[in-house]
Design a protein around this ligand. Structure first.
Ligand code: HEM
Length: 404
């Protein structure tokens, strides 16, 4: 039976495979059209890179720009979207990107993130303590954990959390019908982020927002627009992407009950299992599109100046040239003979700023489940799980039980 991924198809030419596995189209494309166009959620068509080497070459290339704010260019989504914000880190090119990123980088190093590990484990424990034997792993756990972590890190009161979830949901939806809602979600959220920055300026503390306000690169600091945007970006990126990876990772592990049992018997294995989860199921949205500024050669062909291209990270992570038997989910893949690094966090200058935080969250979320809910299993058939149709692919709900 095929997966219940919404047939409307956010990416109609590259629909996910059964049980939200990568699109079977990727394999065909890798063979016969590694840079063939596909339809974006906006309806625009752009070449999609599906081979590991091409994706890495594009993401590392100085001729691939993130400035898509020129008239007439293809859009990822219709209406206002992530590509439109001139202040977002992800939309900068060097040298602005280099400066902006250097200022932010210090706040997400493993050294900054590691002290949060016990607190993240505690939040996971608190969430599980509040759930009964039967619960929805998505709403009750996966969505809650990263939201709480990023709120605590930033110094955002938890009573605003539900509001964030609504704004983020609106912003990440892709359907045209929701264009207005997306715009409102975006502007409300931005206004809220501006308020938060103003509050922290008036009453400085030791939260991440305060660090960002103080952070500087020589005499240079983040501008007001960049600060507000950063708070917005950290809340949106820090919440839904990680939540989706937790949900997708647990779903995949529960489908492979032998591997789940191995984690129960040996919880420290979780950290390497997380790498395979990231490879197999990540990222839940692809990389962002790039505009080619000068004719560019990649291993599979040439892209001419002016082309807008989509490097597909999930396709790259399933390229058999980089990962033998890519369709085999194997939590030992990254232990025994470490393969090529996966690109779930991207590659090159825009590689995920908070990869170390995401890794800690994923590891602690799964470790808490295998140690405290070892008998966890799905109560619905895997095929009946429905999937979101926005930019980020995850189960809408995932009913589970710990009863034998
Ligand atoms: C498992 C969870 C996550 C995954 C799979 C993920 C994936 C990615 C990917 C693929 C990119 C690069 C996109 C591109 O080059 O087009 C990226 C960039 C970024 N991510 Fe993450 N991310 C995750 C969690 C987070 C978290 C928790 C935060 C913040 C708290 C975050 C903040 C960012 C930021 C700010 C960028 C832009 C970096 C830049 O432009 O230099 N991400 N992420």
């Amino acid at each position: 039976m095929t997966t219940e991924v919404d047939p409307k198809g956010t990416w109609p030419d590259i629909l996910p495979g059964p049980l939200a596995t990568p699109s079977p189209e990727f394999a065909h494309r890798r063979e016969s059209g590694p840079l063939e166009p596909a339809t974006m959620p906006s309806g625009d068509s752009v070449p999609v890179a599906v081979r590991y080497e091409d994706v890495r070459a594009l993401l590392a290339s100085s001729t691939c720009s993130r400035n898509l704010r020129l008239p007439g260019l293809p859009r990822l989504v219709s209406g206002i979207g992530i590509d439109d914000d001139p202040d977002a880190l992800i939309n900068q090119d060097p040298p602005e990107h280099t400066r902006y990123r250097r200022i932010m980088q210090g706040t997400f190093t493993p050294r900054q993130v590691e002290p949060w590990r016990p607190r993240i484990a505690k939040i996971a424990q608190e969430l599980l303590d509040g759930l009964g034997d039967d619960f929805d792993l998505v709403q009750g756990y996966a969505l809650q954990l990263p939201g709480r972590v990023i709120c605590e890190m930033l110094g955002v009161p938890l009573d605003h959390y539900e509001q964030f979830v609504r704004w983020t949901d609106m912003f990440l939806t892709t359907s045209t019908a929701n264009e207005q809602a997306r715009y409102e979600g975006y502007t409300d959220f931005m206004a809220y982020a501006a308020d938060l920055v103003a509050q922290h300026r008036a009453e400085p503390g030791g939260d991440l927002i305060d660090l960002l306000i103080q952070a500087r690169d020589e005499d240079d600091r983040l501008s007001e627009g960049e600060l507000v945007n950063t708070v917005f970006a950290l809340i949106t990126a820090g919440h839904e992407t990680t939540a989706s990876m937790i949900a997708r990772g647990v779903f995949r592990l529960l489908l492979h009950s032998g591997q789940w049992a191995e984690l129960v018997a040996d919880p420290p294995l979780t950290a390497t299992a997380v790498e395979e989860i990231l490879r197999f199921d990540g990222p839940p949205a692809s990389a962002f599109m790039r505009r080619i500024t000068k004719d560019t050669d990649v291993p599979s062909g040439s892209l001419s100046a002016g082309t807008v291209v989509m490097p597909n990270l999930n396709a790259a992570n399933h390229d058999p040239q980089a990962f033998p038997e890519p369709g085999r989910f194997d939590i030992h893949r990254f232990t025994d003979h470490p393969p090529n690094p996966h690109v779930a966090f991207g590659y090159g200058a825009h590689r995920c700023l908070a990869a170390s935080l995401a890794r800690v969250e994923l590891t602690e979320a799964i470790r808490a489940l295998v140690t405290q809910r070892p008998t966890l299993r799905l109560t619905a058939s895997p095929e009946s799980v429905t999937w979101t149709d926005g930019l980020v692919l995850r189960p809408v709900a995932m009913p589970v039980t710990v009863r034998g």
